[in-house]
Design a protein around this ligand. Structure first.
Ligand code: CMC
Length: 382
């Protein structure tokens, strides 16, 4: 029998089709439903991009107004969710907080479904569930940050768009338009990226005909890891460790000697640079100018040029977004939950797509454990 060709980490394996986004490492481009992500980030609100990912087309003015109205109606957290978060230790990781909150929402929203065959929900129900999670996530993330800082929660504002309301909820003051714009861009850039690890996790869970909330909870777990979404948090730890641009070379010598992975660099698909980085770097530059923090840019540029020069491995989106979120004022541990708030759009678009043409995802493995043996050979006393 010939040995099967194992693709460790499923690298290079095409497992299905998708109409949601196209990653092209050859042309260094990323399209959402056909539109280049840079064009969307420069011109659209995150709400319009969410609509595009879910419905396949950008909304008309009327559709966007109706979408925004519904989103605003679902921004506030229920007492059950607040209570669940309040019961967690103050030093729980915010990703665990978000995962728990989504799980609680799922248990409430699917209560009364007596037959597991109905758990999966109709496409319409799942569109609604997606929108309500999208609307609630800013309040979940900001509730956690304010709780850790010993601050009272802030109620959502109906007169603010998604990005501005998110910042309002977190900081309790009306945000500057420069900050809103940079934050809105980051949400759009993080929204969707084809069959990445967390999206694939969501699709695997969905393929068993489990419900949308379970798929999102699983996706959050996958995103937490530092090889995936956790990298934006990890980038900031590295920046804190290095301190200033003049420390970069010595720090990098030691890190590479220890064979450390430099967080925020490298990508499974893009080998010549991540298509989202220039747009996010421009957003970071606008924040650096706004907050007058040139030393952040100096450290960013120095680490990038040193690492790319030595290893030929390019920054990914997490590299500029980490320091950008830090400048805005988010706690470092909150960076990956911000990624959740953005990626909920892509995850749920993929969940609905998977449901529409489902096949149970169940690959094979090559067994390399002990040969067959029998229980009468087992001697517990030796
Ligand atoms: N620092 C140091 N070496 C690296 C890095 C890095 N960031 N990335 C890749 N390499 C090296 C790696 O050590 C390996 O070297 P060798 O062949 O000598 O063993 C080679 O490059 C290939 O790396 P790999 O890890 O086998 O490649 P992959 O396609 O499995 O990895 C990756 C992709 C993202 C896991 C990896 O680049 C990495 O760990 N990066 C750091 C974490 C990170 O920034 N993750 C965010 C990914 S993008 C956005 C997102 O999903 O959130």
């Amino acid at each position: 029998m010939t040995e099967p060709d194992i693709k460790k980490g499923l690298a290079g394996v095409v497992v299905d089709t998708t109409a949601i986004s196209k990653v092209n490492p050859e042309t260094n481009s990323l399209l959402y439903r056909g539109y280049p992500v840079q064009e969307l980030a420069a011109t659209q609100s995150f709400e319009a991009v969410a609509y595009l990912l879910w419905h396949g087309e950008l909304p008309t003015r009327e559709e966007l107004a109706a979408f925004r109205l519904t989103e605003r109606q679902h921004r506030a957290l229920s007492p059950a969710v607040k209570d669940a978060i309040d019961r967690l230790p103050l030093d729980s990781h915010p990703m665990d907080e978000v995962r728990t909150a989504v799980s609680v929402i799922g248990a409430i929203e699917t209560a009364g479904i007596a037959n597991v065959l109905d758990a999966v929900g109709t496409p319409e129900q799942n569109q609604e569930r997606s929108l309500t999670l999208f609307a609630a996530l800013p309040a979940i993330v900001s509730y956690g940050q304010r709780r850790r800082r010993g601050l009272a929660p802030v109620e959502p504002r109906d007169d603010l768009d998604y990005a501005a309301n998110f910042l309002w909820l977190t900081f309790g003051e009306e945000p500057d338009p420069v900050v809103v714009d940079a934050f809105n861009r980051s949400m759009i850039l993080y929204a969707e990226h084809s069959f990445n690890a967390s999206t694939f996790t969501a699709r695997v869970i969905t393929s068993t005909l489990s419900d949308l909330y379970s798929a999102v909870v699983g996706a959050i777990g996958a995103l937490k890891g530092p090889l995936h979404g956790g990298a934006n948090e990890a980038v900031m730890h590295i920046f804190d460790e290095i301190g200033t641009a003049d420390q970069v070379e010595g720090w990098l010598d030691a890190a590479l000697a220890e064979k450390r992975k430099i967080m925020g660099f490298g990508h499974r698909v893009y080998k010549r640079g991540d298509s989202r980085v220039p747009t996010m770097k421009a957003a970071l530059d606008s924040l650096i100018a706004h907050y007058d923090r040139p030393e952040v840019g100096e450290l960013y540029d120095k680490l990038e040029s040193e690492f790319v020069g030595r290893k030929g491995i390019y920054p990914n989106l997490d590299y500029p977004s980490g320091p950008a979120y830090n400048l805005i004022g988010f706690d470092t541990l909150t960076f990956t939950p911000l990624f959740v708030a953005a990626r909920i759009t892509g995850w749920t678009a993929h969940i609905v797509e998977q449901q529409a043409s489902n096949a149970l995802i169940r690959p094979l493995s090559l067994y390399d454990g002990p040969d067959e043996r029998h229980i009468d050979e087992y001697e517990p006393d030796t």
